[in-house]
Every structure is written in C-alpha cells, then in structure tokens.
Design a protein around this ligand. Structure first.
Ligand SMILES: [Mg+2]
Length: 216
C-alpha cells in the first residue's frame, strides 16, 4: 500500500506525553480559581479522557458554568505544557524526525489544545513540515468533537487533499477516529504503551515511526 498523506496524533507520537503531576497541578489550580475543593472524582473527571457529560455533571454539582470552567482548565493546561516544552521536559522523539523525510502532505490532529500544539511546532521548528494541524479550542463544543469523533481527522484529510491517507496514533481513540473517518490506522506502541490493550484492530502496529517511510 502506498499512501498519499499522513496525519499524526501529537502526544506520545511526535513529542513525549506531559508529566501527569504537571497536568494534575493545572487541574487543581483550575478548581482553586473557582474556590472549589475537588474530590478525587472531580479531579479525575477533568484530568484526561474528558467527556461533556462528565464535565457538565461535575459543574452542576459545584454550581459552575461548564464553559467558563473548561476555558480556565484548558488555558491552565496550555500554560503549564508550553512551559514543559520550553524547559525541555516534553521533548520530541528522535524518530519523529521522519516528518522531515516524508515527501507527502502531513497533518496533525491532537486532542491537546491548539495553542499547545502551535508552541510545540514553533519550538521544534516543525511548522513548515505540516500543511495542516488541529488541536482543540478551549470550548465545550471541542470536547464533544475530539477523538474518537472523526471531526478533526476529516478536516485534516480535506486539507491534505486525499483520503488515501494514514492516521498515526498511540491511543484506542486514534484508531477509532481514523476508521470513522474512513482511513487506515497505525497504532504506535512506544514504551509508555507496552501494556496498553486495544479493543480495536489497527491497520498496522509499529514500535517506532521508522516504517512509515516505506508506506508512502
Ligand atoms: Mg497520543
């Protein structure tokens, strides 16, 4: 199979995932700015794998406006993650340099904040290698549209100009979003995914990004 475009997930694929303690701190700071002392369940609800239902239920428990709370949460996440990037604690993977060698249109679809993705691309001087990139805006609507929803993958495919494309990710939601958008998937099983079990079947499973050069 020879693909005409590749779209990448960001975290755990191109750059290392963010330290959980850093994200937990940003989530705690969000609650603090609304004068809420969160339970463990409250924190878990907004830490990762966030759903609109979960967010709205948590906000209802505490009399918070979901839109305002979420904007603050995502702004805090962007601030701390931009600092992690700039201070060297969220490095690019060595094999992510493959994006400089792939001679087809490339894109990024991340469930991280768009502003976080922009800082990453600028910091690692990668912007010119991608014809398109999407993160989330800090809105409840974009929580609804994040992967496994195919919304942003479909937009990226329009931008790269072909559906003869591969989507590369390190989560089940990446494989699901790719298939929902009608394209083949690569599940990237890096070290942090050694024990991760998938309930969906990716088109390919690789341990590094190196095999991509033979697929385009
Ligand atoms: Mg990821």
């Amino acid at each position: 199979m020879s693909y005409e475009a590749v779209v990448f997930d960001n975290d755990g694929v191109l750059v290392e995932i963010t330290d959980w303690d850093v994200l937990r701190g940003a989530a705690r700071d969000t609650f603090a700015s609304f004068d809420v002392d969160p339970s463990d369940e409250d924190l878990a609800t907004v830490l990762s794998s966030v759903t609109v239902d979960g967010l709205e239920a948590m906000c209802a428990r505490h009399g918070l406006d979901p839109e305002a709370f979420w904007h603050e949460r995502d702004t805090n996440y962007t601030t701390v993650q931009q600092r992690e990037v700039v201070e060297g604690r969220k490095p690019m993977y060595d094999d992510a340099s493959v994006v400089r060698d792939l001679d087809v249109p490339l894109g990024i679809v991340s469930s991280n904040q768009h502003a976080t993705i922009e800082r990453i691309l600028d910091h690692y001087d990668l912007r010119e290698h991608f014809v398109t990139y999407y993160g989330r805006q800090p809105t409840v609507e974009d929580v609804r549209r994040k992967k496994p929803h195919p919304h942003f993958v479909e937009r990226a495919l329009e931008d790269v100009g072909t559906t003869n494309a591969l989507y590369v990710g390190d989560s089940e939601t990446d494989v699901e979003a790719a298939h929902a958008a009608g394209v083949d998937s690569v599940f990237l099983r890096r070290e942090h995914r050694a024990d991760y079990s998938l309930s969906v079947e990716p088109t390919y499973e690789f341990e590094t990004l190196d095999p991509l050069v033979d697929l385009v």
